[in-house]
Design a protein around this ligand. Structure first.
Ligand code: GAP
Length: 457
């Protein structure tokens, strides 16, 4: 048995596996699909949910200085005036007068001009580009039945602003004082023009964002704290440390609100790219919303008499990009007995299915006993029962969705109430008594995989 080189993974292989096993696939496919938009199937939903649960665990399970929030997607339109998104959340775009395509002016280097030759039959196409113009990335819609009289509103391009709008309300009931954080997970929307590279860049995507409010003179130390915490979190999820790095932004790429940002980058098959941004937003957002709303958005310390606008450290991660990084890092191919096996070496915490229960044959009482085993396990962990097809094919299927353990019921099981437990990574098989199975599986899912923080979960 041989683990292939890490570069066995390509984006095409990940896309193909996700489609083949129903994890993630193009949305609206019966109508030919829609750009940069994907649906998650059963295993994809479970994987995504496990990523989000691990994030909540790190935010509000492992610590007590953060509270949760779920704010609205459509906020008052003044929100985006104050935040700077209405004026500044733009990409420079150019149109090609020859082929009618639209490109990002700052990404032209990545394009082969006129790469749609069918639009220019019989000639070597050359794009005839317009001057660049700024294109706002926010999706616009209206409230009310008639567009003309309805108020224009926007689908949020980040979850962060909902947190700032609720800062005062949360401060009122959360019984927290800076340093403390407000965390939320939810969908954001951006009218992205650049081709997306699967779920790396999509029109709608889930963000996991936390705004950490701190006394101004502690901002830098908390920024450093969160850089380390967030990098560690990805390593705890099983992503190889040498596939992760921190990249501080150059001054000319900082967002309008940020005095310092570092991205956590992952070595995707497309190269090092942003997985999460960790920004020092200073007092920009609270000050802006205070000015535009007329509300006092500050902290008053009754004990010391101090009054100040907290500064904000923001770790902002994407669910889709984390799922993609986890898939790329777990993807492996190896030769077993002259055949190639594809598998996802997922951390068990993230694996959509923890254990699959498989009767060797669909007769002789094996399905009935397998059902008994399945029912005992499914109350404990996410389990799956599968009796269709050859055992080899069923193992391959579980390998490809990253199931750490397969429990097989064979003729001996009916005689002595033992089963085999097959390990996804080592392929070792061990006989275990059915009565001991829940304890054995439970112990294996915790140790030796989990770091102390995850084990506490
Ligand atoms: N509140 C700050 C903020 O939104 P960002 O760097 O624009 O910062 C944070 O977004 C994270 O959201 C990114 O690091 C990425 O993981 C994810 N993200 C942003 N745009 C995305 C898109 N179009 N598709 C998928 N994920 C995206």
């Amino acid at each position: 048995m041989r683990r292939m080189a890490a570069d066995a993974v390509t984006m095409d292989k990940i896309v193909a596996l996700c489609k083949r096993r129903g994890l993630i696939f193009p949305a609206s496919e019966i109508y030919g699909g829609i750009a940069n938009t994907y649906d998650y199937g059963h295993y994809g939903v479970l994987l995504k949910r496990n990523v989000i649960d691990a994030w909540w665990q790190a935010m509000i399970g492992d610590r007590t200085d953060i509270v949760a929030l779920d704010s609205a997607i459509i906020q008052h339109p003044k929100t985006w005036e104050a935040s700077g998104h209405l004026a500044g959340f733009t990409d420079p775009l150019v149109d090609c007068k020859t082929c009618g395509l639209r490109f990002r002016a700052d990404h032209l280097g990545e394009l082969a001009c006129g790469r749609k030759p069918s639009k220019h039959p019989g000639e070597t196409p050359e794009c005839d580009l317009t001057e660049a113009r700024e294109f706002n990335l926010m999706f616009e819609t209206t409230i009310g039945p008639v567009k003309e009289v309805g108020a224009t509103v926007y689908l949020r391009p980040e979850t962060a602003q909902g947190i700032f709008l609720d800062f005062k309300t949360v401060l009122g009931f959360a019984r927290k004082k800076p340093p403390f954080g407000i965390a939320q997970v939810g969908k954001s929307f951006r009218n992205e023009i650049t081709p997306g590279n699967f779920v790396f860049r999509t029109l709608e995507f889930e963000q996991m964002e936390m705004e950490f409010f701190v006394p101004p003179d502690e901002a830098q130390q908390w920024h450093e704290h969160w850089l380390k915490e967030r990098l560690d979190w990805y390593v705890r999820l099983g992503i190889r440390a040498d596939h992760l790095k921190l990249r501080p932004h150059d001054a000319d790429e900082l967002s309008h609100y940020s005095s310092a940002t570092s991205d956590i980058e992952y070595l995707y098959p497309i190269g090092w790219s942003e997985l999460e941004g960790i920004a020092n937003r200073g007092d920009f957002d609270l000050t802006q919303h205070a000015q535009h709303s007329g509300e006092k958005l500050e902290y008053f310390d009754t004990a010391s008499g101090d009054r100040y606008v907290p500064h904000v450290i923001e770790p902002a991660a994407g669910v889709g990009r984390t799922v993609l990084a986890v898939l790329c890092d777990a993807y492996d191919e190896e030769e077993v007995a002259g055949e190639q096996r594809t598998l996802l070496r997922l951390h068990p915490l993230l694996a959509p299915i923890k254990v699959a229960v498989l009767p060797l044959v669909r007769k002789d009482g094996q399905p009935e006993l397998a059902q008994e085993v399945f029912q005992a396990l499914r109350g404990q962990v996410q389990a799956e029962y599968d009796e269709g097809g050859s055992i080899g094919k069923r193992y391959r299927r579980q390998d490809e969705i990253g199931t750490p353990y397969c429990v097989t019921i064979d003729h001996q099981s009916l005689e002595d109430r033992t089963v085999t437990v097959r390990d996804r990574d080592s392929l070792s098989q061990e006989r275990v008594a059915i009565d001991e199975l829940p304890a054995v599986i439970g112990a294996r899912l915790v140790a030796p995989w989990q770091t102390p923080k995850l084990a506490e979960a």
